[in-house]
Design a protein around this ligand. Structure first.
Ligand SMILES: *Cc1c(COP(=O)(O)O)cnc(C)c1O
Length: 368
C-alpha cells in the first residue's frame, strides 16, 4: 500500500467540474488582477470566520510582512515569536527590519508558552506573534492579556489553523491582525501561492488594502511604500469553490485523529497530540512525539506510508539567524520537539483500510 501524507488528487476529483467552471468564468472576463472573485472570496471568509475584514494577498508569508507593515513595525522594534515554526514567521520579521525575539514553546502543545513570552518582553517589544501550530490555537486568553497589559499588538500566524477555534472564537480573528496561507498543503489550499490578512479594525484593514498595491490610494498616489502582493483572481475562484467544503474536511481530520487515539494510545514509545480543552483544532498535521523518531520514519517510508518532520531545526539555530546570537540550549522544549516529532497522514479522504495499515505499521515498528 502507498499512502501519501496528503492526497490532493483525491480532494480534486469530486470538485473538478466546479473548479474548471470557476476558472473559465475568470478567463471569460480576463480580470486577472483583483477581479470580482477576489472580493467574493474575501466576503466568504469574513462570514465563515466571523471576522470583519479579510484582505487577500499573494502568500501566507507576504500576509505576515503586510501585517507587520500595517502596524508600522520595523527597524529598532522587537517581535516575540516561537522558534518552532515554519521559517516564514521569523523571515517576515527580518524582512521588515525588525528584530525577532524567540520565546520557548509548551512541551505538550508545541505552541508559544505565555510565561516565556512575558519573560521576553522589553521596552522595544511591539508585537507578539503566536503561531497556531499544526492547526491548534495558542492560548489566546493568556497572550491577549499579556499584550493588553504591555500595550503591544498581537499578530496571529494562522497559516495552519483556518477554521480552528479558541474558546469559540476563530483563530486569526482574535489578535489585531491574523494571517492565513492557502499554500496547497494547508487545510484550504489554492492551486499555487495565496494568502490573506484578517482584522476587525477598520483602519488596519484600509491600510492593508493599500499596502498590497504598493501603498497607493488613489491610483498612482502613494502614502506608504507597500508591496505588490495581491491574491490572484484565479486562485480566489478556486478557493471559493473549496471553502464550503473546509468544515467537512476538518471534521474528517478530527475523526481520523480520534481513530488514531483509539488505536495508538497504548504504544508506550509514542505520545499523541495534546489538545487543550479550550481549543478546537483542525489538525493541519497529526504529529507524534516518538522515541527513535528517525527509525520509525524510515520504517514507515519503507512500507509506503508518507510522513514528514515539521520541523527538523528550530529557527534560533538556523544559519541565517546566527546574528541574533542565540545558542543551542536556549529553547530546550523547541529543540527537543525538533528531535522527536513526526507527522503522519490525517487528511479527510483517508480510508479506514489506510488508517488501519498506518496504525499496524507503527505498532509493528515498536514490536506490538
Ligand atoms: C505555510 C506557513 C507560512 C507561509 O505561508 P506561504 O503561503 O507558504 O507563504 C507561514 N507560517 C506558517 C506557520 C506556515 O505553516
Amino acid at each position: 500500500m502507498r499512502i501519501p501524507i496528503l492526497d490532493l488528487p483525491a480532494q480534486y476529483k469530486p470538485l473538478k467540474a466546479d473548479i474548471l467552471a470557476a476558472l473559465e468564468a475568470v478567463m471569460a472576463t480576463h480580470g486577472y488582477i483583483l477581479g470580482p472573485q477576489v472580493r467574493i472570496f474575501e466576503e466568504q471568509v469574513e462570514r465563515a470566520l466571523d471576522v470583519k475584514h479579510a484582505i487577500g494577498c499573494a502568500s501566507g508569508s507576504d500576509a505576515i510582512v503586510l501585517a507587520l507593515m500595517a502596524l508600522g513595525i520595523g527597524q529598532g522594534d522587537e517581535v516575540i515569536t516561537t522558534p518552532f515554526t515554519f521559517f516564514a514567521t521569523a523571515g517576515a520579521i527580518h524582512r521588515v527590519g525588525a528584530t525577532t525575539v524567540f520565546a520557548d514553546i509548551e512541551p505538550d502543545t508545541y505552541n508559544l508558552d505565555p510565561a516565556c513570552v512575558e519573560a521576553a518582553i522589553t521596552p522595544r517589544t511591539r508585537a507578539i506573534m503566536p503561531v497556531h501550530l499544526f492547526g491548534q490555537p495558542t492560548d489566546m486568553d493568556s497572550i491577549m492579556a499579556i499584550a493588553r497589559r504591555h500595550g503591544i499588538a498581537v499578530i496571529e500566524d494562522n497559516a495552519q489553523g483556518i477554521g480552528a477555534k479558541w474558546n469559540g472564537r476563530s483563530a486569526g480573528a482574535i489578535g489585531d491582525i491574523g494571517t492565513l496561507s492557502f499554500f496547497p498543503s494547508k487545510n484550504l489550499g489554492a492551486m499555487g501561492d495565496a494568502g490573506m490578512c484578517l482584522t476587525n479594525d477598520d483602519d488596519l484593514a484600509a491600510r492593508l488594502r493599500q499596502l498590497r498595491v504598493h501603498g497607493e490610494t488613489p491610483k498612482y498616489y502613494h502614502k506608504w511604500v507597500g508591496l505588490n502582493s495581491r491574491l490572484d483572481t484565479i486562485q480566489a475562484a478556486v478557493l471559493s469553490v473549496k471553502l464550503p467544503h473546509l468544515q467537512g474536511w476538518s471534521e474528517g481530520r478530527r475523526a481520523n485523529a480520534d481513530y488514531y487515539r483509539e488505536h495508538l494510545a497504548d504504544v508506550p514509545q509514542i505520545k499523541l497530540p495534546v489538545i487543550r480543552d479550550e481549543a478546537l483544532t483542525i489538525y493541519n498535521q497529526f504529529t507524534l512525539d516518538c522515541e527513535d523518531r528517525d527509525g520509525l520514519m524510515e520504517h514507515l517510508r519503507a512500507k509506503g506510508v508518507g510522513c514528514a518532520i515539521y520541523y527538523p531545526l528550530p529557527l534560533h539555530m538556523q544559519e541565517c539567524f546566527a546574528y541574533l546570537g542565540c545558542n543551542k540550549g536556549d529553547f530546550p522544549h523547541s529543540e527537543r520537539a525538533a528531535e522527536r516529532v513526526l507527522s503522519i497522514p490525517v487528511f479527510g479522504e483517508l480510508t479506514r483500510e489506510q488508517l488501519d495499515y498506518i496504525i499496524a505499521t507503527i505498532r509493528e515498528y515498536y514490536g506490538g
